[in-house]
Design a protein around this ligand. Structure first.
Ligand code: HEC
Length: 158
């Protein structure tokens, strides 16, 4: 992202080009791959979460997360509904053709940037190989005793 053309392999670069052309970068931008903004994308509910989260202002908007170190941060989305990146991409494929997977979120509620997504199954493995370049296990592994929200550290999603 800072212009080192030798940082990743050819196939991974193809994945990066797709990441830009299919529209992921419209929300996952900048050094952390996040615009830090709220978007409605209609993530399905996770049956394991007893009290579903209706997001900011109860309109199912959630903040774009970073895409760094995804290898260490599964399960994905605010409620941990997806176990792996394939499931995440299958979800994006559905919303890109206007198919909602959350009965509380109609197609009309989707963020306008969702309409710009153009995704197909055959691009999945290239996108995933690009996302895998964003892993680096050299991060701070200290577990905090508290977090700013006051919620318990760790959660209970298995
Ligand atoms: C309209 C904005 C938008 C676009 C376009 C978008 N995303 Fe996202 N992405 C989000 C938001 C918001 C979340 C968090 C949703 C939630 O927590 O419910 C998210 C979550 C994710 C996650 C889960 C990260 C985690 O740690 O849980 C991955 C992986 C991801 N996006 C990859 C992609 C890829 C790949 C594309 C392109 C195919 C893409 N996104 C396009 C907004 C977007």
């Amino acid at each position: 992202m800072s212009g080192d053309t030798k940082a990743i392999s050819l196939a991974e670069k193809e994945g990066l080009v797709l990441f830009e052309s299919v529209g992921c970068i419209n929300c996952h931008s900048g050094p952390m791959f996040s615009d830090y903004k709220l978007h409605v994308i209609g993530v399905p509910e996770n049956k394991k979460v007893l009290i579903p989260d209706s997001g900011a202002d109860e309109r199912f908007a959630f903040r774009t997360p970073s895409l760094r170190n995804l290898r260490f941060t599964a399960p994905y989305m605010h409620n941990g509904v997806f176990q792996n990146l394939k499931e995440v991409l299958e979800f994006y494929e559905d919303i890109s053709v206007g198919k909602t997977r959350n009965k509380s979120v109609s197609k009309a509620m989707f963020d306008p940037l969702v309409d710009d997504l153009e995704l197909s199954v055959k691009e999945m493995s290239l996108l995933i190989s690009f996302l895998n370049t964003l892993n680096d296990d050299n991060f701070d592994k200290e577990i905090p005793t508290s977090v700013p929200s006051g919620l318990p550290v760790g959660g209970n999603i298995h």
